[in-house]
Design a protein around this ligand. Structure first.
Ligand SMILES: Cc1cc2nc3c(=O)[nH]c(=O)nc-3n(C[C@H](O)[C@H](O)[C@H](O)COP(=O)(O)OP(=O)(O)OC[C@H]3O[C@@H](n4cnc5c(N)ncnc54)[C@H](O)[C@@H]3O)c2cc1C
Length: 352
């Protein structure tokens, strides 16, 4: 059985390793845009220079898995076409192309490897006293603003969003806002409509000086599913059945950020469990057994606040927030466990 995995982030790498481990006789080929595995949940550290978060992809994959570096242009009837014009045949395909950023011109995106590398270089070149603006008040924006402010106390850092840290609630949100305050990050409750050399313009019409503007928002998914004729939802994610198979072509499983699962949020906490459920469904089908449906389950939302602080608010399985949260060193340890644990289970393809 020929299995092609498109995209080697958390979902694709996990899926490739688990197919190689669990589906007898499968020949697995991974197609990824770059030869590195990027720990995307740590890109804010890449930006601030507190870690280097890419490792060779081959080191993350089980022996015997073939790797093609390139971009898939189109998925056809049992084949994928790469950007170099070559095509690969498949019996089953895992679509794991993740999510994208739609950065405003004049800003540097945090949520892509290329953007994070550029941001790191531009940040390192900024003289003391310069101003950095982080756009976006979700987890990515807050993690970036606090990481940069802690690593570069000689800079003026601000975060601009209509509602900063609103991915958290109650005491957990207050804790995140207090950390921004402690690290002297200025919070501006507004939106950015334009960014150009040395300034940002806000929705309210105000203009602020900004030597480097970082786009800390992850939104949208690559249009590969849509342009390949697969049914997609309003967000462009591939519509799937209970076993994460495309409703257009059941040979194709969609996993991770690009899978159209109601109630799912972008997260490594979504990627690995979906990859596990989809591969296990394929393994069962290949053995003539009934597959088990995917069951969405969340545990917590965990936001780092620099290297010495973090907050982790617990959630119900449907991702709605509970009142309880961890803070300080306990939350820092929890967050470390999230990224080391995720990396481990992705490489080993053990139960997520
Ligand atoms: C700064 C930051 C912090 C985050 N923190 C957290 C966190 O603490 N917890 C959490 O749960 N989530 C977090 N997230 C979100 C999380 O990173 C994503 O949800 C997760 O990476 C999704 O995994 P994925 O495998 O679906 O996609 P990705 O990790 O984005 O991987 C997709 C891969 O597919 C490749 N690709 C795309 N198109 C093609 C193509 N046409 N052909 C070949 N390859 C292609 C990409 O290059 C990439 O390698 C964070 C995100 C950011 C940016």
């Amino acid at each position: 059985m020929k299995v092609v995995v498109v995209g080697a982030g958390y979902a694709g790498t996990f899926a490739a390793n688990r197919v190689a481990k669990k589906v007898k006789g499968a020949e697995v080929t991974v197609v990824n845009a770059r030869p590195e595995f990027v720990e995307r949940i740590r890109l804010h550290q890449q930006v601030a220079g507190t870690a280097t978060v890419a490792t060779p992809l081959t080191g993350m994959l089980r022996p015997g898995i073939a790797v093609r570096i390139g971009s898939v242009e189109k998925i056809g009837d049992g084949t994928v076409v790469l950007d170099d014009g070559e095509s690969l045949a498949f019996d089953h395909l895992f679509l794991a192309v993740g999510s994208t950023v739609r950065a405003l011109p004049g800003t540097v995106p945090v949520g892509t490897w290329e953007g994070a590398r550029q941001a790191r270089a531009e940040l390192a070149a900024l003289p003391g006293g310069s101003t950095v603006t982080v756009v976006g008040g979700g987890a990515t924006g807050v993690e970036t603003a606090t990481e940069v402010a802690e690593a570069r106390p000689d800079l003026r850092v601000r975060i601009v969003a209509p509602a900063v840290a609103d991915c958290l609630s109650g005491g957990a949100r207050r804790r995140a806002l207090a950390a921004l305050d402690r690290l002297r990050v200025e919070t501006v409750d507004d939106g950015v409509t334009e960014a150009a050399d040395g300034m940002v313009r806000l929705r309210s019409g105000r203009e602020l000086d900004s030597d480097l503007t970082l786009w800390g928002i992850v939104a949208g998914v690559p249009d590969l599913a849509a342009r390949s004729g697969l049914e997609v939802d309003a967000d462009g994610r591939a519509v799937v059945d209970a076993y994460l198979r495309s409703v257009t072509d059941p040979r194709i499983f969609a996993v991770g950020d690009c899978a159209g699962v109601a109630g799912a949020r972008f997260g490594c906490q979504t990627a690995a469990p979906q990859a596990q459920a989809a591969v296990d469904a394929l393994a069962r089908l290949a053995e003539g057994r009934e597959p088990e449906p995917y069951d969405l389950r969340y545990v917590a939302r965990c936001v780092s606040l620099g290297r010495k602080d973090a907050v982790a608010q617990f959630t119900h399985p449907d991702d709605s927030l509970k009142d309880s949260h961890l803070k300080g060193f306990t939350a820092v340890a929890f967050k470390r466990m999230v990224f080391t644990g995720t990396r481990y289970i992705t490489r080993k393809a053990v139960s997520a």
